[in-house]
Design a protein around this ligand. Sequence first.
Ligand code: 3PY
Ligand code: MG
Length: 259
Amino acid sequence: MKNTLKEKLEKGMKPIGTFFELGSPSVIEALGRTGLDFVILDNEHGPFEAESSRDFARAAELVGLTAIARVREVSRPAILKLLDIGVQGVIVPDVHTVEEVQKLIDYTKYYPIGKRGFCPTRKDGWGFDEMAQQSVLGQMAYWNREILLIPQCETVGALEHIEEIVSMEGVDGIFIGPFDLSISMGIPGQFDHPDFVAALERVQKACRDAGKFCMIFAGAPAAVAERFNQGFDSVAYGLDASVLVAAFQANLADIRAKI
Ligand code: 3PY
Ligand code: MG
């Protein structure tokens, strides 16, 4: 399946996604009617694993949403399983070192960039998709192009090495986790703190200089717009659950004010 998130990023179309936590294919089907571009199947903070994620990815394909996965950790099975069930990219939390990023490249990208294990799986119709009819080398080049590897910058360690991290072949972009980054910097939740603002600018500049995408999380609509206006390529707007609660709260308050 074509990675429309990657295409939209390359065309500068400002794709908007959300973290998927609610854990039902029906929620994905509903999100497919909202105008969202992508969902992040949250295998870090969400309650589900690869087997359920497969059903969520399938629902996303049916409604034209790109499904990427936030994996639970920097480990081979955590990444390989999600890629093999057919997500279009991985966001990786809690990255601290360049060595960890090298491991991520090895797990996510095939030879000659990395060392991803090769097997026909759901992602290629168990070897029966059209793209799987080409040589193994051709298939590996296809997936190396299509699959996004996006380490999170949410630790001081990642921030301090960000220029080196974004220059590595196989890293497609960076996703800033503002909560964990601010906590790691000792200024929890202080998103207007000059050091935090400077950190975001540093990550954005590093990405720009290396020709990589820069993505971030924002919880409120005004903050999402602000992040785009600051030059971010893509923003993850809230969680499915938080947007649902906020919409009901606002609408119910509106109704109650009129009765
Ligand atoms: C963070 O803010 O730490 C995230 O990972 C995304 O919300
Ligand atoms: Mg985080």
